[in-house]
Design a protein around this ligand. Structure first.
Ligand SMILES: *Cc1c(COP(=O)(O)O)cnc(C)c1O
Length: 491
């Protein structure tokens, strides 16, 4: 299986090269030449998470050997990295299946892919005889940063720099990053929002002069964002796992369809669900849940993507995004891999911040995707609602999805809600939802209070923050991100 750019660059690369380079050099994203199809998925029904992982990954990472992939999987999805025996947990509450993806080290769903990406990348470096240092550049809306730092810390031959929007992440998210250990980790606050940080990173990738300068120092760039195929593919696994698990337990029959609802930002998680569907998993509707930055909601309903609107800081900060990178991959597929067309609309987008899709693509989109959105007030309302009803605690992002499902007209299929973060990561807002009091300013006190009310233990990832020192303090302007890299590497 080879990978190609969504924007038509003719050069094909292997899967390990796609993982290594992160992004095609014409500004497009790598896509596999075809999407593998599994005729009958039922053969996997007794498999563990790790075994299913192998069945999925082997279809996409075809130049990795069986042993390489299995070592990556065993290392990533281990008891040490996840505090759930099944890696994910599935809970039936209020008639929905909550797929808890936050039992990894940094207590957000980003661990699902970022526990394995560094391993896939290390193998890719060896496989392609890269005798260079790899510098991972990552923009984060809060959760990717910490998960990537944790995944890449102290790995030989790799450095990682994370850019996060100053003031655009939760206090706990920020503390998790600023206290990061490891001698190869860098954390930089950007004076701007997530889109500024993500654009800055993309520009650095496409800045030829800068890349040559790095190359002269024997450094190449790679990415830990969901633009990297090594992030996307591991996210397919848990949709298969969920379906197989429900079928095996007799909650559904093989062949029954499920709907999947995903709180969406960069369109990575929901795109992985879409790939699962294309691969033969019986998913009916993909429900795209937005917060008040509802650029995707508007797009799905009108066919017009328009980022020219105020960027709103919400209580679900990991979804505060107006430029949803992975949408490009979906449009590439829906257009019949028409890379000329994709290049065209993204050129238009670069100039005007807006594009309108063809009618046939809009029709194809609406066959598979529906969308809803929640403002902060409704989001907090639904946190309290499900807690009062089921004594079940969810975070602000998951609550966006849950609220969207509750307010949607009935669909006949069961719905799986991707539960993307531990409520403790957003403790002030979750507490505000439950008690309607302004937050305490001490996060440990807030966590203790939440634990008392909910009887859910404080996760170690949060608890340990009280003993950790701040190790990073760089702040940069949004147009000087490249300079901050040269400073940090003393170039
Ligand atoms: C990253 C993130 C999202 C959005 O996921 P995308 O793949 O970017 O759409 C939602 N919720 C949480 C908690 C996240 O960390």
């Amino acid at each position: 299986m080879y990978y190609k750019s969504t924007r038509g660059n003719e050069q094909r690369v292997s899967s390990s090269e796609a993982v290594l380079y992160g992004m095609a050099n014409d500004g497009g994203l790598y896509m596999p030449e075809y999407i593998p199809y599994i005729e009958d998925i039922s053969y996997m029904k007794k498999m563990s998470y790790q075994e299913i992982a192998y069945e999925i990954l082997k279809l996409y990472f075809t130049d990795y050997t069986e042993i390489e992939l299995k070592e990556c999987i065993e290392g990533a999805y281990s008891k040490e990295n996840f505090n759930s025996d099944n890696i994910v947990e599935l809970n039936n509450k209020d008639g929905y299946y909550f797929l808890e993806l936050y039992h990894g080290k940094t207590i957000a769903f980003k661990d699902m892919a970022l526990s394995i990406l560094p391993r896939l990348l290390s193998v890719a470096v060896k496989k392609n005889n890269i005798n260079k240092k790899v510098l991972i550049l990552t923009a984060t809306s809060g959760d990717t940063g910490k998960a990537a730092l944790e995944g890449f810390k102290d790995i030989d031959g790799i450095d990682i720099a994370v850019f996060y929007p100053k003031g655009g992440v939760s206090r706990i998210q920020e503390l998790q990053m600023l206290t990061q250990e490891g001698n190869n980790t860098h954390v930089i606050a950007v004076e701007g929002n997530f889109d500024d940080a993500q654009n800055g990173v993309k520009e650095i990738f496409n800045d030829r002069e800068f890349n040559e300068k790095l190359l002269a120092e024997n450094i190449i760039l790679s990415s830990a964002n969901s633009i990297n195929i090594g992030r996307l593919v591991p996210q397919i696994i848990y949709y298969f796992y969920t379906y197989l698990n429900l079928a095996d337990k007799g909650k559904i029959k093989f062949g029954d369809t499920l709907n999947v609802c995903v709180p969406t930002g960069n369109f990575g998680n929901i795109f992985a669900a879409y790939l699962a569907k294309k691969m033969g998993l019986p998913i009916n509707k993909l429900i795209c849940a937005s917060n008040e930055n509802k650029v995707l909601y508007d797009f799905i309903n009108t066919g017009i993507y328009d980022k020219n609107r105020p960027f709103i800081l919400t209580k679900s900060p990991s979804m505060d995004i107006l430029i949803s990178s992975n949408l490009e991959r979906l449009l590439y597929i829906l257009s019949g891999c028409d890379c000329k067309y994709i290049k065209g609309i993204y050129e238009e987008f670069r100039q005007s911040g807006k594009f309108v899709i063809r009618d046939d693509i809009k029709d194809a989109l609406n066959k598979e995707f529906i969308s809803g959105y929640m403002d902060d007030e409704r989001t907090l309302y639904y946190i309290k609602y499900i807690f009062d009803k089921e004594k079940y605690l969810i975070d602000t992002h998951t609550a966006v999805s849950y609220g969207v499902c509750k307010e949607m007209r009935e669909t006949s299929d069961d719905i799986v809600i991707a539960s993307t973060a531990s409520p403790y990561k957003f403790v002030y807002d979750v507490l505000k939802a439950l008690k309607n009091e302004e937050h305490l300013d001490d996060f440990i006190k807030a966590c203790e209070e939440l634990s008392k009310i909910s009887e859910v233990d404080i996760p170690e990832a949060v608890n340990s923050l009280r003993y950790k020192d701040i190790k990073h303090n760089i702040i940069c302007k949004k147009d000087s991100m490249a300079n901050s890299i040269t400073d940090l590497l003393n170039l």
